[in-house]
Design a binder for this molecule. Structure first.
Ligand SMILES: CC[C@H](O)CC(=O)C(=O)O
Ligand SMILES: [Mn+2]
Length: 340
């Protein structure tokens, strides 16, 4: 692995971590976390509802505080970090992106299911027109082959994306699968390539470093791993591991450890453990943000969360199909599935 190259780190605690706290982040928490990450030297910090701009809804869960207000606090607090937003076409609308740009967001990450890059065209263009850096974010990348992913990445590049991400939303990829996708995309596009890993199989740090070895230019992480499912690649662990390997992140290892311990641990609902349900996400290849919805359906209908997740994986359910979780739980109950 080259010690000469560097990558750009994006910390997504205040976006992916929003799933883990049921979208209840407050302005004080955002001020504290952005302040700590900015002091540590994290170059990009993402702040949005877990499901992106406009996510606050009955389907995805209502935010405690409007994301535009959280964004304003983040922009005001950061002294050098660029603030990023996530945007899923269909969940957010164009005005959300414009408003985020007006507030001062500098990076727009346009996320689609890995086979749907074409719905990102107008939003990537709008992000660029609004003066933001545009990132294409291909979710659930484990569901298609490296060759098919390349086709989707090339589309995002052709729309003007500055970087295209391989996203392991389900934390389902082992190192070979992750490396194969990153290597294929890297050799096919001229723009940067990024990765976003979830830790359901305990491989998020290893996969991220393996992706760096294949040429990844940008890597996502969440402080303490706070994120959907069993969490994301933990920023402080990634930074410390990179320091030991001679990989430049520009982030101060001690200050990053402090950010994790003092700013994020106190707001973490439970330790980021890979319990049986979190592990099942990775095993069955299920979207990380389905976990809390599936747990709720399990309690409500008395069906084992793992059976719900396994069935969601078998049916290939993707983000936006949250309402199907209840249908699946009810069907399993009727069929007399295992009761917890
Ligand atoms: C659109 C929500 C989702 O959580 C995005 C993401 O982080 C992922 O797919 O992993
Ligand atoms: Mn994620």
């Amino acid at each position: 692995m080259s010690a000469e190259r560097a990558f750009r780190l994006t910390d997504s605690t205040l976006r992916d971590g929003s799933h883990a706290v049921r979208h209840q982040f407050t302005t004080d928490q955002v001020r504290t976390v952005v302040g700590a990450l900015d002091r540590a030297g994290v170059p990009v910090i993402e702040v949005t509802h877990g499901d992106g701009l406009g996510g606050s809804s009955f389907n995805y869960g209502f935010s405690h505080t409007s994301e535009m207000e959280l964004l304003r606090v983040a922009v005001d607090t950061a002294t050098s970090a660029r603030i990023a937003v996530l945007f899923v076409p269909g969940i957010g609308v164009k005005d959300d992106l414009r408003q985020a740009a007006d507030i001062g967001a500098k990076v727009a990450r346009i996320a689609t299911h890995c086979t749907e890059a074409d719905i990102a065209e107008q939003h990537i263009a709008l992000a660029k027109e609004s003066g933001m850096e545009a990132v294409g974010f291909l979710m659930m990348s484990h569901m298609i082959s490296p060759e098919d992913l390349v086709e989707q990445a090339k589309k995002m590049e052709s729309y003007g994306a500055d970087c295209v991400y391989v996203v392991d939303s389900a934390g389902a990829m082992t190192m070979d699968g992750f490396k194969a996708r990153v290597a294929a995309v890297k050799s096919a596009v001229d723009v940067q390539v990024g990765v976003h890993a979830h830790n359901n199989l305990s491989l998020a740090v290893a996969n991220s470093l393996a992706a760096f070895g294949e040429g990844a230019d940008q890597i996502d992480a969440c402080t303490t791993g706070l994120g959907a499912g069993a969490g994301n690649c933990p920023t402080e662990v990634l930074v410390a591991t990179c320091a030991k390997s001679g990989i430049e992140t520009g982030v101060d290892t001690f200050a990053m450890m402090d950010a994790a311990q003092d700013a994020v641990r106190p707001i973490q609902p439970e330790m980021g453990v890979i319990d049986r349900d979190g592990l099942m996400l990775g095993y069955a290849g299920v979207y990380g943000s389905f976990l809390l919805h599936a747990k709720r359906a399990s309690q409500r209908y008395g069906v084992d969360t793992r059976d719900i997740l396994l069935e969601l994986g078998r049916r290939g359910m993707v983000g936006g199909q949250e309402d199907m979780i209840i249908d699946v739980a009810l069907e399993l109950k009727r069929e007399g599935a295992r009761v917890r």
